[in-house]
Design a protein around this ligand. Structure first.
Ligand SMILES: *Cc1c(COP(=O)(O)O)cnc(C)c1O
Length: 369
């Protein structure tokens, strides 16, 4: 493919000297669990999000699981989740023994439909988990008011939304707490697994740190049935190097999205993503919708343009959840799963290449008409 969908090696090639230096520094330090590299990245990422605390954990799924455990959310409790999301959102709720209560997507933003959330609240609801899907933050002001009324927590799934903003607030500051992922393909990706919990809540920060460290605060004193889920110091050292480039890379993503939004506007048979007023997307993915997905995907491949699907199977139809949720109907989510196609976006592409890709998309669309 001439235009690859994702190139995680790009960041290594771009920052090779600094990343290699960070690697050698960490290896020489002899601190292979915890230590300065983790503390430093945690402080930097908290500051980046505008939050008080960042606690590094093993991955994004664990960030959500540990957060719910710390809140005491478990069997008999319900957590409101979007129907349209990566399956990890639902898995986290299921793993603590609680029940995910799915809410369909808004057809414009493809995020959780905020108008449908109030009706999903029951006496068992403990939390709402908005997902900033494809990098677009859910506008949380209304949710915060709703959560206050019903005494619910807002747990952001910010795995795709590093640096996304709702007004002046960044993801990580839109609810009570946020879970981030540093999976290599994410906007801030490590060179292996990694994740973080970001919050202003002192007590929660302390609890999740204890839970992720065998339920122990003082060595050999275990007061909770904890986990082992910590951010690897080598990943932390490498993430610090990459964080310094985040703003530049986020700007590139926005520029590419702007090119697509204007060049592809009005293309017949193509529905473009809509960004809600007042929010700034981190543009983790650029997702269009088309009834001719398979044909468009192969016409693009013929022109050297890679594409992908996020996500082709709805969670309620997946093997893991079909038995319990398969009878439910989420028409907007099902339509997105059937028609979504993600075009290449990321710092590995230039603005010029984005124009070329947009040209190929228009060509390919016309060839199908
Ligand atoms: C990637 C992702 C996760 C899970 O993160 P991992 O680090 O892979 O465990 C959770 N939610 C969403 C929306 C994601 O995209």
């Amino acid at each position: 493919m001439k235009y690859s969908f994702l190139d995680v090696g790009f960041t290594y090639r771009t920052l090779k000297d600094d990343l290699d230096a960070a690697y050698h520094g960490l290896m020489d330090s002899g601190m292979y669990i915890g230590g300065d590299a983790v503390a430093r990245f945690e402080a930097e990422f908290a500051e980046y999000c505008g939050a008080k605390h960042c606690i590094g954990v093993g991955n994004g799924l664990d960030a959500l699981v540990l957060t719910m455990r710390a809140y005491g959310i478990g069997a008999g409790d319900e957590v409101i989740v979007p129907a349209n999301t990566f399956i990890a959102t639902w898995l986290a709720v299921a793993q603590v023994g609680a029940t995910p209560v799915p809410v369909d997507a808004d057809p414009a933003t493809m995020n959780i439909d905020l108008d449908l959330v109030p009706d999903a609240i029951t006496a068992q609801t403990r939390a709402i988990m908005p997902v900033h899907l494809y990098g677009q933050p859910v506008a949380c002001e209304g949710l915060r008011a709703l959560a206050r009324t019903h005494d619910l927590k807002i747990i952001e799934d910010a795995a795709q939304a590093h640096g996304a903003r709702d007004g002046n607030r960044r993801a990580g500051q839109l609810g009570d707490v946020a879970g981030f992922s540093f999976y290599p393909g994410k906007n801030l990706g490590a060179f292996g697994d990694g994740g973080a919990i970001v919050t202003d809540d002192d007590a929660l920060a302390k609890s999740v740190r204890i839970l992720g460290n065998y339920g122990s605060e003082v060595k050999y004193q275990h007061d909770h049935v904890g986990y082992n889920s910590r951010l690897d110091p080598l990943q932390a050292a490498l993430l610090s190097v990459k964080l310094a480039k985040m703003d530049e890379w986020s700007t590139r993503r926005s520029e590419i999205a702007d090119v697509y939004q204007s060049a592809l506007a009005g293309t017949s048979g193509l529905t473009l993503p809509v960004v809600a007023d007042g929010v700034h997307s981190a543009w983790h993915l650029y997702v269009v919708r088309t009834e001719d997905r398979a044909a468009l995907q192969s016409a693009l491949a013929e022109r050297g343009v890679a594409s992908a699907m996020h996500y082709p199977i709805a969670n309620h139809k997946s093997g893991a959840f079909e038995e319990e949720f398969g009878h439910m109907s989420f028409p907007v989510t099902e339509e997105i799963c059937r028609t979504c196609l993600s075009l290449p976006i990321g710092p590995h592409l230039s603005v010029e290449q984005a124009h070329e890709i947009a040209g190929h998309v228009k060509d390919a669309t016309r060839s199908l008409a």
